[in-house]
Ligand binder design. Structure first.
Ligand SMILES: [Zn+2]
Length: 328
């Protein structure tokens, strides 16, 4: 690892920015897709756009201060919300205060006089997997970010498919039940409202609370020391690995539901490879099996034999690597 992280004196690099509602992460990324230096700061998302742009500028400045500026080929930014395909505006990122449309790319370009590109954050992670991750061997795949919500990106012919407004790939809002749970977006039955982190944790808690008998020998219960507020997908995964039947059934069901949403998408865009990243993607392998089984039972015949569902490789650096690769 140490060896990998070293960069030669005259090696070109790009700066990748991964903007989230809580933190802005930034990294120096080599042209081979290795993060050689990393920094993060509070995003100040509740202080309005100029505070956020100031924080982005701050992390860039810090990195440029430590590395040879003439080697920097540009800055790539991954941002939540819809990112315009025609200019570099970021539209309505969720959980950012007083923000309708802001020219984040333009502001950073003005400040640093470097090549700057900006893209939706899920699309950036998809690009990272396509160029340097598990997607390298596939020309076309669907990328899913399974975390607090469910996001995604579509890679066609090794390039991101953005759609005319930059809004393509919203796999989280594929409905699996037209009369189902109300989603934040206003639609009913969106897959996000069944398998997003918050829902999985809440559902597990509900089931545990309703167990009438002695709960103390339950793995989930033991892992959180009886404090059900600590239940989260990583705990559910651990319990499942220990053989806990409740944890297994919740995760298996989540996999089946995700498969249902992916089947509709697969049929529409004719892509049979899925790469799953994001915080919840660290679930045990049997969940991936459940996704595949569900997909196989639902997709149209021509896709059945070609289905691949793979775990993303780049973990939480995918955002930084993908945004950096926008300028490489
Ligand atoms: Zn929705």
């Amino acid at each position: 690892m140490e060896e990998k992280a070293k960069m030669k004196l005259n090696q070109k690099f790009a700066i990748g920015i991964d903007l989230g509602a809580t933190t802005v992460k930034a990294g120096i990324v080599s042209t081979t897709g290795i993060v050689v230096d990393q920094i993060s700061a509070d995003a100040k998302a509740n202080h309005g756009p100029s505070a956020v742009i100031q924080q982005i500028s701050f992390v860039i400045q810090e990195l440029l201060g430590k590395h040879k500026n003439s080697n920097c080929i540009g800055i790539g930014i991954g941002a939540p919300g819809m990112v315009s395909a025609v200019d570099s505006f970021v539209h309505h990122p969720p959980n950012f205060t007083d923000w309708s449309r802001v020219d984040v790319g333009g502001e950073i370009r003005k400040k640093f006089k470097l090549h700057v590109e900006i893209e939706n954050d899920a699309n950036c992670a998809a690009v990272a997997e396509a160029r340097f991750g598990v997607g390298v061997e596939f020309k076309n795949f669907l990328f899913v970010i399974w975390g607090t919500g469910v996001g995604g990106g579509i890679i066609l012919n090794r390039k991101i498919f953005r759609g005319p407004n930059g809004g393509a790939g919203e796999i989280g809002h594929v409905s699996i039940d037209y009369n189902g749970r109300l989603c934040n977006c206003g639609n009913y039955g969106c897959i996000e409202s069944y398998i997003g982190q918050r829902y999985l944790s809440q559902r597990t808690k509900e089931i545990l609370r309703n167990i009438p008998a002695d709960r103390t020998d339950n793995h989930l219960y033991k892992l959180v020391g009886g404090n059900l507020n600590k239940i989260e997908p990583s705990i559910i995964s651990q319990a499942a690995e220990l053989g806990d039947p409740i944890a297994i059934s919740i995760l298996e069901e989540a996999g089946t539901l995700l498969g249902a949403a992916l089947a509709s998408t697969m049929n529409v865009i004719d892509v049979s490879v899925v790469v799953i990243g994001g915080g919840v993607s660290a679930v045990p392998a049997f969940v991936y099996d459940a996704v595949i089984k569900s997909l196989r039972s639902r997709v149209l015949k021509p896709h059945k034999d070609n289905i691949h569902v793979l775990r993303a490789k780049l973990g939480n650096t995918a955002g930084i690597i993908g945004s950096a690769s926008l300028v490489m």
